[in-house]
Ligand binder design. Sequence first.
Ligand SMILES: [Mn+2]
Length: 283
Amino acid sequence: MTGPGIDHPRVAVIGDVGGHLGELRAELARLGVPDDGRGPLPPGLSVVQVGDLVHRGPDSEEVVRQVDGYLRQQPGQWVQLIGNHEAQYVRRAAFQWSPALDPRAADRVQAWWREGLMVAAVGLSVDGEQLLVTHAGVTSGFWVSVLGAPATVREAVTAIRGLGDDPALFRAGCMMQGRDPDPLAGPLWAAAASELAVSWAGETLPFSQVHGHSSAWDWDAGAWRLPPDLAAHAHLDEEDRHVTLILPGGRIVGVDPDHRATPRSPWRGWEAGGPQAVVEVIR
Ligand SMILES: [Mn+2]
């Protein structure tokens, strides 16, 4: 049953938090979490956090502690995706980051992965639109060559989770290698413009996607990182700090607020649902 006054189902996809506890709590408070965003998730609200919870800001350990509470106490309402910064703690580190998480927080992140509380993909169905949510997005090359071109979000989620610890999942692209775009950059690393968006140019998306990690818009330069033919189909939402690329078959929504050592403002999660909406989380 849904309707006014009832806690209707809704989903919020929260972008890269980067260790900014105050930013996470402010957004959770806005979504209805009591005690200034420290309390339990309210009925009806599901949160998907796209990964990169940690590292850039000052409070990574406390961010991990709060999320650990949701994953342990309200696992049906918090979906934690793995980002390249969490991957540092579940396998051999791909890059140097200082300061690293303290051992207790690192152990928690490792346990999330081991216990299946942190995953690489989740699906959403919102009023019939199917959206795949991953940290960095699934490129056309990865979709075909690694996943076998699944037609539905449900199949894509199953295929990505079935990869387990396969190195293909963790394959870094141009952001690590610093050179040409890699058509097989994995969904923890694909660069939003040169690897993700460009890979789908001229293709038909099998389904929509939501991702964090990086943005097709350069917030500092105030310019698209996209070639002009793709930029013509891209939309910027400066209030929410979202970027949407409309392509045949669906859309690709980027929700990374691009927090650095200092957080960006304003920003918001990407929300779906409402009194009339039909929302399903596809795990
Ligand atoms: Mn990332």
